[in-house]
Design a protein around this ligand. Structure first.
Ligand SMILES: NC(=O)c1ccc[n+]([C@@H]2O[C@H](COP(=O)([O-])OP(=O)(O)OC[C@H]3O[C@@H](n4cnc5c(N)ncnc54)[C@H](OP(=O)(O)O)[C@@H]3O)[C@@H](O)[C@H]2O)c1
Length: 313
């Protein structure tokens, strides 16, 4: 297949590109950075220089045919910086452009597209959310509010043909997780509030494997939660990571301080509480996580981060 990956140099993309190439696909990866083209080529894919927000700048460099498009682009969010209303509005606009332009390309090429989402649900006690649950857009997750509508509309009209993969918090060697790793290494990690809230997780390699499965099965019009089997609280995830890195357990920081310093939008994301089911992905995509628990996933990630840099870092 000829596949275009938008965001192929990111955390999930760096696990996805080598697999797509190994499966004998002709892979095209878009990047805004000239410096990453060589890295893409070394993996056996074609690097295309461009910004998904400016289709006209690069579409002449795309092949005549595309059999599938994967959207993995994420706007640049600077961790540890205050989220202002202005920046949040910009991020929403950027996210809308990513979805709009990527879906536009899919229509133009008459190709199915795999779109990303996040597990923005709120569950209480033993409740477990599945794909039929309403998406709760609060805090920073509001930047994706318009894209929910775009995806639902595409599913209704089958134009373009979409599959949505709804990821838990993605961890692995790269992306935003590198910031968490560096904070922990410097002893500067903090648990926000009591840290007893549950946040779904998924290793980037398993997120990439779900894309491969979706491309093979092609269940157009369906949404799948992609998270591991083991619910864990914010606190226990951080404690386990600290233990693996031989660091002191991070201390707590009161929620109101985080709200004051980083803004309410960021605070809302880290205090989210939800448990999710991955049963649909297992059943229909025949996807089974290689890292069913954050424990074995973190063990692999921490040793990988110590040993080698991400292809594109
Ligand atoms: N990370 C999470 O916890 C999480 C959770 C739920 C859902 N998701 C979604 O899952 C997807 C993958 O996440 P990730 O963590 O792998 O992302 P990531 O590591 O932050 O990677 C971001 C990617 O987006 C590309 N990008 C950003 N702006 C672009 C633009 N204007 N034009 C073209 N490419 C652009 C970057 O490419 P260049 O810099 O090379 O141009 C990079 O490859 C994203 O869509 C994200 O929203 C992530």
């Amino acid at each position: 297949m000829k596949i275009l990956v938008i965001g192929g140099t990111g955390l999930v993309g760096s696990y996805l590109l080598p697999r797509l190439v190994a499966n004998k696909n002709e892979v095209y990866a878009l990047t805004r950075s000239e410096g990453k083209i060589e890295g893409i080529q070394k993996l056996g894919a074609h690097g295309i220089l461009g910004d998904i927000r400016n289709l006209r700048e690069f579409d002449k460099n795309l092949p005549d045919r595309l059999d599938m498009i994967v959207l993995l682009a994420m706007p640049d969010v600077k961790p540890g910086h205050r989220m202002t209303r202005k920046r949040k509005a910009e991020l929403r606009e950027e996210t809308n452009d990513f979805f709009h332009n990527a879906m536009d390309l899919a229509i133009r090429y008459n190709a199915p597209i795999i779109l990303p989402g996040g597990t923005s649900y709120r569950t209480e006690k033993d409740e477990i959310a599945d794909e039929t649950w309403p998406v709760l857009r609060t805090g920073l997750t509001e930047i994706g509010a318009d894209t929910d509508e775009m995806v639902n509309q595409a599913i209704k009209t089958n134009r373009p043909r979409v599959i949505q993969l709804i990821y838990g918090k993605i961890y692995g060697n790269g992306g935003l997780f590198r910031f968490m790793y560096e904070m922990m290494a410097k002893g500067r990690s903090k648990i926000i509030g009591k840290g007893e809230n549950f946040i779904p997780n998924i290793h980037a390699s398993d997120a990439a494997a779900a894309i491969i499965k979706a491309s093979e099965k092609m269940p157009v019009g369906e949404k799948f939660i992609i998270a591991d089997d083991t619910p864990v609280t914010q606190k226990n995830f951080a404690f386990y990571m600290a233990a693996l890195m031989n660091k002191k357990r991070p201390g707590h920081i009161p929620g109101f301080v985080v709200k004051l310093v980083l803004g309410k939008d960021f605070y809302e994301i880290v205090r989210m509480n939800c448990k999710v089911s991955n049963a649909k992905a297992k059943k229909i995509l025949d996807w089974h996580p290689e890292y069913p628990s954050y424990k074995n996933g973190l063990e692999a990630t921490i040793s990988e981060m110590k040993e080698k840099k991400n292809y594109f870092a």
